[in-house]
Ligand binder design. Structure first.
Ligand code: PPS
Ligand code: ADP
Length: 616
């Protein structure tokens, strides 16, 4: 009879703190402690419930590094360690010695524990001591500098102390100052053996590190203007997350000093999280993916603007921790528009469907939304303009010391010349902003205007045909149109065509879907609705200076009197208002002759204002 197979030993990747502890344990640096979870010891290993159950059944767990390399087998219960592989990767790996190796190589030297960048005064103190080993205490959670920066700074310090060696010791922080102090003593004593240990005198306030070390510190601790930043909007569907995030991204792009990545809930679900459902588990996966990408962006000093619902507090905390670990700052905006208002807006008709039971697990209706109590700012958008609501976010961002985007948009030189005010502090930005905009002489090149609606059969052909009729080609303006979801080669909708003014025939017109080349080629893109503008900017964020809704552009031109053509475009690009959906021209398709007439009137009014402004 064959014996039953023993259950497989589960694998587990420990936290960075536990990995550091593992390395010290297998190096004998924590002697006499040689195992995890000894009574009263801060050196603990916590296994997730499921792994723990499997490990208990198998009698052990295999600890792997983040890439899956098996490092050690740990008995469960017991915590005794059998080494499988020593850690092989990580910056400056060759400096990670065991106490035994350090003692063999550096017998007779003075051992100096280092947990911060050394100052000139400390270097002067050490220069008197003789042969040294600098023990860089570079475990996870080092308070002053990141582990790799502390090691770099210690290596740089060794460059100031002829003959000094550097040994890296992954002594992590365990969140208990007293226990960590005792642990530090023990580890240093194990490395130093019988050799002398020198505790550095606490840093003299006036003494700074030398320039090469200061540079390493600066790089590791970027000023708020250079630190990566994750702006995370959370709130119910329809609360205004995407709208505010989009407006904020515009401001960031206008500011021009940061790289910006947008991670909108809907957009992420079409790409990064395609296929995920709205179950609690899938929502958590979705948010952790967003958090992971955002954290990586922040690691490299970028700004990530995220706007998912993110209904669960624990997942938002996970994202905060990921960003924190990556050295970025996490700024949480709670778009706290109440459910009643979101449901009243119901832009996508989803609340109505959810109420009818057609969408299960709909946030706020049949799935929970946990309100954050750790938001940096809380904005209820009810009854407020987008600019007004955005202002709350901008003020909070400024007051928290991250970014100041509250200043008026920089004014162009052209506007300045016409009496608009630009204070001295924004002078530099005025110049750079106007330099970025190409303003060819009026008349030098035709100005290409592209009208966009959904299917390119009602509103956008109306605009194209009427604009051409009113102005013709003689004014140096060219008109075209396309649809965000347009069919190819359809005729203009006959009901809408009936509203065309006398003398304008729809005969030769055929619809076409919008392409990237069309957006690229146009000098000005005018959309019927804010949603069309959003659609375009999602794929062409850099086009934000030339894509406007018709209503938005018409409003903006009223304050740019005296300018025409390309100059007018440049000016509006600088000081445009928001794409407020209340300025949209609603879709007349299948709304009968009355709907068509209403749309035609609205379009004609706005078009006249715009054409008059463009040609002067
Ligand atoms: N069941 C259910 N519950 C909530 N929302 C739903 C649901 N089904 C589809 N949608 C649409 O998906 C958008 C929310 O996706 P998110 O990825 O932001 O949600 S989550 O953070 O994973 O909970 C959300 O978009 P926003 O309105 O932009 O928030 C909805 O349009
Ligand atoms: N002050 C405001 N801030 C943001 N959105 C507003 C505001 N007032 C009205 N709205 C409207 O509310 C809707 C919010 O939709 P959206 O930004 O897509 O929300 P979410 O991304 O949270 O689902 C938009 O139609 C927007 O125009």
């Amino acid at each position: 009879m064959s014996t039953p197979a023993s259950p497989p030993v589960p694998q587990h990747c420990p936290t960075p703190r536990e990995l550091d502890d593992l390395e010290l344990l297998v190096h004998g640096a924590l002697a006499p402690t040689t195992a995890f979870n000894e009574p009263g010891s801060p050196v603990t290993l916590t296994l997730p419930e499921q792994v723990n159950a499997q490990a208990a059944a198998a009698g052990a767990v295999e600890l792997v590094d983040p890439e899956g390399l098996p490092l050690a087998r740990v008995s469960v219960p017991g915590g005794e360690i059998e080494t499988l592989t020593h850690a092989q990767f990580g910056p400056f790996r060759s400096h990670y010695l065991t106490p035994r190796q350090a003692l063999e190589q550096y017998a007779g030297r003075t051992f100096v524990p280092v947990d911060d960048a050394l100052t000139r005064a400390q270097l002067d103190q050490l220069a008197e001591v003789g042969p040294l080993v600098l023990l860089a205490l570079v475990g996870h959670g080092t308070p002053a500098l990141s582990p790799v920066a502390l090691l770099r700074a210690t290596l740089a310090a060794a460059g100031h102390l002829p003959g000094a060696a550097v040994v890296a010791v992954p002594l992590a922080a365990h969140g208990d100052a007293e226990a960590d102090h005792a642990l530090g003593h023990r580890v240093v004593a194990n490395y130093a053996g019988h050799n002398p240990v020198l505790a550095l005198s606490s840093t003299d306030d006036d003494s700074e590190p030398p320039a090469d070390i200061a540079e390493i510190v600066d790089f590791d601790q970027p000023t708020p203007e250079r630190q990566g930043l994750v702006l995370f909007f959370t709130g119910l569907s329809g609360s205004g997350k995407s709208t505010l995030a989009r407006a904020l991204v515009d401001r960031l792009l206008e500011h021009g000093e940061r790289t910006v990545t947008t991670l909108d809930g809907d957009v992420v679900r079409r790409h990064l999280s395609a296929g995920l459902t709205f179950s609690k588990e899938d929502r958590e996966t979705n948010i952790r993916r967003i958090g992971w990408v955002a954290a990586e962006i922040s690691r490299h000093g970028g700004v990530a603007v995220c706007s998912p619902i993110a209904p669960f507090d624990a997942t938002r905390q996970d994202v905060r921790a990921m960003v924190d670990e990556a050295g970025g700052a996490f700024f949480l905006v709670h778009v706290a528009t109440p459910l009643e208002e979101c449901e009243r807006r119901d832009r996508k008709g989803l609340y109505a469907k959810a109420r009818r039971g057609e969408i299960p697990e709909f946030t706020g209706i049949s799935s929970p939304y946990e309100e954050p109590d750790d938001a940096d700012v809380r904005v209820d958008t009810t009854g407020r303009t987008i600019d007004d609501a955005l202002d709350d976010v901008l003020v909070a961002l400024r007051d928290a010391g991250y970014l100041d985007l509250t200043a008026e948009e920089p004014t162009t030189a052209e506007f300045g010349g016409r009496g608009a005010s630009a204070d001295a502090s924004s002078g530099g930005r005025v110049a750079s902003a106007s330099e970025r905009i190409e303003t060819p002489a009026p008349g030098a090149t035709p100005l290409k205007v592209l009208f966009v609606c959904t299917a390119n059969i009602c509103r956008s052909p109306f605009m194209e045909l009427v604009a051409r009729h009113e102005l013709g080609d003689r004014t140096g303006l060219e008109f075209a149109s396309a649809g965000t979801h347009g069919f190819r080669d359809s005729e203009m909708d006959p009901v809408m065509a009936d509203t065309l003014p006398g003398g304008v025939a729809p005969d030769g017109f055929r619809s076409r879907p919008l392409t990237a080349a069309m957006v690229e080629e146009a000098d000005l893109v005018l959309t019927a609705e804010a949603a069309h503008r959003t659609f375009i900017l999602e794929d062409h964020p850099g086009a934000f200076r030339k894509v406007f809704t018709l209503g938005q552009f018409a409003e903006a031109t009223t304050s740019a009197t005296g300018l025409t053509g390309h100059e007018l475009l440049a000016a509006v690009a600088q000081r445009r208002g928001s794409a407020d959906p209340s300025l949209d021209v609603p879709d007349p398709y299948r709304r009968g002759p009355e709907g068509a007439r209403a749309a035609a009137d609205l379009l004609t009014d706005r078009l006249r204002a715009i054409l008059t402004a463009l040609v002067g």
